[in-house]
Design a binder for this molecule. Structure first.
Ligand code: GLP
Length: 247
């Protein structure tokens, strides 16, 4: 695991964008795995800047998002499809038909999950997966207890995650209780992974994931099994690490 500890969110974003840009260059049909949440926003801002400055081309890029709430249509204010459009896709020269977010309104959701996996396979798999981490150590919507071998499927959100995400909805009752999420096994198949983390509320999950045992109780600890992970952490989220990571 390559751990980079940085002083600010802005630097987290520019360092992550540099890693991704280096991997994308010379590979016009690069397959990028994307995440939602506040953690990747500084990265998306930098990717937008690079694209607008013609330093990075997305014309042939293909993207797959980690997850989507069940029951929210794509244009819903809190859907992850809308988040991606507003925070990245609307501002770069990507072909919208090449961007994929699970469909939270799919009628046959199991078939949709299987088809989502198949689509990733058909384009040769994700080359670089962007991740954030939940306060309880979740990645995507793989809550504690998710099998380390899990694939794209329907998941139940924990009470804690529903409470965390309630700030984005008018009432807590409006927060969906289920989501579609790539599995931990799916995520681990990416050729490389870039994790972004900031905030002291993540310090415990970061320490457990990097320095604790590999366990389904802390889904992000599964990243220890992957050979090409770059984890960019702002100092506040690195406060509980005890090993000499990236210093
Ligand atoms: C949600 C998403 C995760 C994300 C997490 C943390 O639960 N499904 O992919 O990593 O939130 O979000 P934030 O970066 O806003 O703390």
């Amino acid at each position: 695991m390559k751990v980079i500890i940085v002083p600010s969110k802005e630097e987290m974003g520019t360092r992550a964008a540099a890693v991704i840009a280096e991997r994308m260059r010379g590979r016009p049909h690069f397959v990028l795995g994307l995440a939602t949440g506040s953690s990747p926003i500084p990265l998306y801002q930098e990717l937008i800047r690079m694209n607008q400055a013609r330093e990075l081309d997305f014309a042939g890029a293909i993207t797959f998002n980690l997850d989507e709430y069940i029951g929210l249509p794509p244009d819903h204010e809190q859907s992850y499809r809308r988040f991606m459009n507003e925070n990245l896709f609307d501002h770069i020269n990507i072909n919208r038909a090449f961007t994929h977010v699970p469909d939270g309104m799919a009628k046959d959701v199991d078939a949709h999950c299987a088809a989502y996996e198949q689509m990733m396979d058909d384009v040769g798999g994700v080359k670089c997966q962007v991740l954030g981490i939940g306060g309880n150590g979740h990645i995507g919507f793989n809550e504690p207890g998710s099998s380390l071998a899990s694939r794209t499927r329907v998941v139940n959100l924990t009470r804690g995650t529903i409470e965390d995400n309630a700030r984005f909805f008018e009432r807590i009752e409006d927060v969906p209780k289920q989501a579609i999420s790539m599995g931990i096994g799916t995520i681990l198949e990416a050729e490389s992974i870039v994790m972004l983390t900031y905030g002291e509320n993540k310090a415990d999950a970061v320490a457990k994931s990097l320095e604790g045992p590999i366990t389904a109780s802390v889904p992000a600890s599964a990243l220890q099994l992957h050979e090409d992970v770059t984890w960019i952490i702002v100092e506040d989220a690195a406060a509980r690490l005890t090993l000499e990571w990236g210093r």
